[in-house]
Write a protein that binds this ligand. Structure first.
Ligand code: NAD
Length: 346
């Protein structure tokens, strides 16, 4: 298949591009290269003849039309987004512009392209979204594909808006879309402003490890390479108009996740004192959702997909990757304003 992947220079997008090339697909990576992009994530495929790159913004309709006409993909996998909740609290405008308006322009460009190509049956527009659109759970229950939307941050509201547009383009125009809503990802190449890399790097350097509130928030952690595998399963076999929840079957409280990372680092790089002594509780994020949990039964029963690693194994691989790839994260941390969480001022 020839795939046009938006946001392929980001954390998850680059995992999808690497995996798609390994699986024998052709990939056109369309990315605006915002602060969150890192082309070094794609060093292993950059010289592959099946890989190409287009620098373009999804809000630029003319650039989207030109890329589609030139590359004529069999499917579009849409991952480009503003993705950091804390940034959305401090400055929501770019989240609305990219996640809502950008998705609108991409849908319109895809619709025009699909119609011009004679509406090929196998064409897919795959929209990658988040479980955060479903809001917050109490101690019990899981999100299914039928859970009503209840977004609570500017980020999740902008993703919810884009999900609604994608569904409407299917119902109204018949565009063959598939949608996925996944839980929190972690793994190699994770941008160093997000929780898991912040914990690894602060712990490594003996710096305080900031944990929101009392660390009681629960997330369902998904190893990024498992997520890429799930997305490629859905693009090949997902039914048009259908959405699939993707989870790691790995629920953990933030405080337990942080302790696990500290223990793995203590094992890999022994320090004079246990690193969990560096944990520092900080004022909670406004509107911080208590718990997310995914019911993954649809993707398991209909498409036969299950995550391949436990949280402990995934974290072990992630910690080892960060220890082995210091030049990668040092270069990103040297960009202004990173290595800290940003929403605390709101
Ligand atoms: N990271 C997670 O845990 C998670 C969980 C669920 C869903 N998602 C979703 O998965 C997708 C990818 O997330 P990520 O963590 O890899 O994000 P990321 O922030 O690491 O990467 C986003 C990429 O999109 C590009 N981009 C941003 N705005 C653009 C624009 N206007 N035009 C073109 N390119 C643009 C950036 O340059 C970057 O390369 C997003 O849609 C996000 O909402 C992420």
């Amino acid at each position: 298949m020839k795939l046009l992947v938006t946001g392929g220079a980001g954390f998850i997008g680059s995992a999808v591009v690497r995996r798609a090339i390994a699986d024998g697909h052709e990939v056109v990576n369309l990315d605006a290269l915002t602060y969150a992009a890192c082309l070094a994530n794609l060093a292993s495929v950059a010289d592959d003849p099946r890989y190409s790159f287009v620098k373009a913004d999804i809000r630029d309709r003319a650039a989207l039309d030109a890329a589609l006409a030139r590359h004529r993909p069999d499917a579009i996998m849409h991952l480009a987004a503003e993705s950091h909740v804390d940034r959305s609290i401090d400055g929501p405008a770019s989240f609305i512009e990219t996640n809502v308006l950008g998705t609108f322009h991409l849908l319109e460009a895809a619709r025009a392209y699909w119609q011009a190509e004679g509406q090929p049956e196998g064409f897919r527009f795959h929209h990658v979204s988040t479980d955060e659109v479903f809001g917050s759970l109490g101690a019990e229950g899981q999100f299914t594909e039928a859970t009503p939307y209840d977004p609570r941050s500017p980020y999740s509201a902008s993703k919810a808006g884009s999900d609604h547009l994608v569904r409407a383009w299917h119902e109204t125009y018949g565009l063959p879309v598939v949608m996925t809503n996944c839980s929190n990802n972690y793994g190699p190449f994770h941008f160093p402003e997000k929780l898991v890399p912040v914990v690894i790097l602060n712990a490594l350097e003996g710096q305080p490890i900031p944990v929101y509130g009392r660390g009681e928030n629960v997330r369902d952690w998904l190893y990024v390479e498992d997520h890429a595998d799930a997305l490629l399963t859905v693009i090949r076999r997902g039914a048009p108009g259908r959405s699939y929840n993707i989870g790691g079957e790995n629920e953990a409280r933030n405080i337990d996740l942080v302790r696990m990372i500290c223990a793995l680092l203590d094992e890999a790089r022994p320090a004079p004192r246990p690193r969990e002594e560096l944990i520092t509780f900080v004022a909670d994020r406004p509107g911080h959702d208590l718990r997310y949990a995914i019911d993954p039964s649809r993707i398991a029963t209909e498409l036969g997909w299950r995550p391949s690693v436990t949280l402990e194994e995934g974290l072990r691989r992630t910690v080892a990757w960060f220890l082995d790839n210091e030049p990668w994260w040092q270069a990103l941390r040297d960009r202004a304003g990173l290595g800290q969480r940003l929403g605390l001022s709101a």
